[in-house]
Design a protein around this ligand. Structure first.
Ligand SMILES: Cc1cc2nc3c(=O)[nH]c(=O)nc-3n(C[C@H](O)[C@H](O)[C@H](O)COP(=O)(O)O)c2cc1C
Length: 386
C-alpha cells in the first residue's frame, strides 16, 4: 500500500539499500531460516510481553529504530511515532537527522524517546548536539558508528534523491502522481533536518558528508561527557563489541543498518549470537535489521537480544495508512509475539532463550552458547529441508 501512496523517490529512499541490495534480502532470509521449537501441554493461559531495559520497565520487547527524515514517508510521521510509543510504553529512538526537533519529540513521548547521534563533520559539533540532547532531558544516547561514509544507494542515485533536496522535472512528475502525499507535504512544509540547524548554521545536514569522526577516541570522550546511558549502534563484530563494552557503553546495538551500508555484510542475526557469546549473558544487547514479524522478534530474543528495534516496517505502515497503519502494525506484532509465546510454551519474554530454537539449536542457552555459526544457521543443521 505504501508503494502506491508514497512518491517513488521517497519510497525507494526507505525501501532501498546499499549496492545490489543483497544484504537487505539476506537479513530477512536468515531470520526466516531459523526455526522455533513448538512445545505442548504447558499452561500458557497467562502471558506477558513486558520487559526491562536500561533501568526502565517497558510493555513490549520491541521499539522503534532511529530513522532520518521519517516525515518524507508520510507528513507528521515523527509525531505519529511519538504518540504510538507513548501509548505502548516503548522507546522511540529519534534520529539526529529527523525533521522534528529533539525537544518536541522528547516532550511528545513523555521522556520515552532516546536520541541517536552521528558524528558528522567535526567531533565538536556532535559533542554539542549530545549536550543539547542532555539539556532536553534525554537519558539514553545511541551513537551510530556504522556510517563512516554513506554508501551508494543505487535507487537514490537513479531517482535523484539528495539532502538538502533539489527538485527537477522528474521529481515534480513523481509528486504529481501522488497528490495526497504532495498536498499534505506542502501544507506541513518540506521536511528539514532541523536538529542540525543552529543560530550560526542554517544549512542543516549534508547527507553525504563524512561521518568518520566516530572513532575509539571519540567514544572515550563521549563516555566521559555523557552522564546517561550510552548505546553504540551498528556493531557486527564480537571483537568490537567487547572493546565497546570495556570502553563503558551501557549496551550494544547489533545492526547492519538494514543492509544500507555494506551490501556484503553478513546478516545481522548471524552476528548476534557471536556477540552474545563474547560479551557474556547479562550485558544488554539491542538488535535490528530484517525484523518483519512477531516471530522474528522472538527469534532475535532467542538468538541473544534483550530488545528488538523495528525499522522500515513502521515507515511502510505509515505510508500505507498513517497513524492507523502504525497502530495496526503494532497490534499485529503484539498478537504475533503473544501467540508465538504460547506455541513455544513460554509465558514471558524473559523465558525466551536459546532453548526455544529448534533441534541442534537446543543446546544453545545464554550460559552455554555454541559459537559455531555453521551449526547455528545452516538450514541442514537446523533440520530444515534444503
Ligand atoms: C529511511 C531510513 C533512515 C535511517 N536513518 C538512520 C539514522 O538516521 N540513524 C541510524 O542510526 N540508523 C538509521 N537507519 C537504520 C535503522 O536504524 C535500522 O538500523 C534499519 O532500518 C534496520 O533494518 P530494517 O529496517 O530492514 O529492519 C535508517 C533506516 C532507514 C530505512
Amino acid at each position: 500500500m505504501a508503494r502506491t501512496r508514497v512518491p517513488r523517490m521517497m519510497f525507494d529512499f526507505v525501501d532501498g539499500a546499499a549496492g545490489r541490495e543483497h544484504g537487505v534480502q539476506r537479513n530477512s532470509e536468515a531470520l526466516s531460516t531459523i526455526a522455533l521449537q513448538p512445545r505442548v501441554l504447558v499452561d500458557v493461559a497467562e502471558r506477558s510481553l513486558k520487559t526491562r531495559l536500561l533501568g526502565r520497565d517497558l510493555d513490549l520487547p520491541f521499539g522503534i529504530a532511529p530513522m532520518g527524515m521519517c516525515n518524507l514517508t508520510w507528513p507528521d510521521a515523527d509525531r505519529m511515532l511519538a504518540a504510538e510509543v507513548n501509548r505502548r510504553n516503548v522507546p522511540l529512538c529519534l534520529s539526529c537527522a529527523a525533521s522534528s526537533s529533539m525537544e518536541s519529540i522528547y516532550e511528545l513521548t513523555d521522556g520515552k524517546a532516546w536520541f541517536q547521534l552521528y558524528v558528522v563533520n567535526e567531533p565538536d559539533s556532535a559533542m554539542r548536539m549530545a549536550a543539547r540532547a542532555e539539556a532536553a532531558g534525554y537519558d539514553v544516547l545511541v551513537l551510530t558508528v556504522d556510517v563512516p561514509q554513506v554508501s551508494r544507494r543505487v535507487r537514490d542515485l537513479r531517482n535523484g534523491f539528495q539532502v538538502p533536496f533539489r527538485f527537477g522535472l522528474k521529481q515534480v512528475l513523481d509528486f504529481a502522481l501522488h497528490p495526497e502525499w504532495s498536498l499534505r507535504t506542502l501544507a506541513r512544509g518540506i521536511p528539514r533536518t532541523v536538529n542540525f540547524e543552529t543560530e550560526e548554521r542554517s544549512g542543516g545536514f549534508a547527507r553525504d558528508a563524512s561521518r568518520a569522526g566516530a572513532t575509539w577516541e571519540f567514544l572515550d570522550e563521549l563516555r566521559q561527557h555523557w552522564p546517561g546511558k550510552l548505546v553504540v549502534k551498528g556493531v557486527m563484530s564480537a571483537e568490537d563489541a567487547v572493546r565497546i563494552r570495556d570502553a563503558g557503553a551501557d549496551a550494544i546495538y547489533v545492526s547492519n543498518h538494514g543492509g544500507r551500508q555494506l551490501d556484503s555484510a553478513p546478516p545481522a542475526i548471524h552476528a548476534l549470537p557471536l556477540i552474545r557469546a563474547a560479551v557474556g549473558p547479562d550485558y544488554p544487547l539491542i538488535f535490528d535489521s530484517g525484523v518483519r514479524t512477531g516471530e522474528d522478534v522472538v527469534k532475535a530474543l532467542a538468538m541473544g537480544a534483550d530488545f528488538v528495534m523495528l525499522g522500515r516496517p513502521v515507515l511502510y505502515a505509515m505510508g500505507a495508512d498513517g497513524a492507523r497503519g502504525l497502530a495496526t502494525l503494532f497490534d499485529m506484532l503484539i498478537h504475533d509475539i503473544d501467540v508465538t509465546l504460547a506455541q513455544i510454551g513460554a509465558r514471558t519474554v524473559g523465558e525466551i532463550d536459546g532453548d526455544v530454537l529448534f533441534a541442534s539449536h537446543s543446546n544453545r542457552s545464554r550460559t552455554k552458547p555454541d559459537t559455531n555459526p555453521v551449526h547455528i544457521y545452516s538450514p541442514a543443521s537446523a533440520g530444515l529441508a534444503t
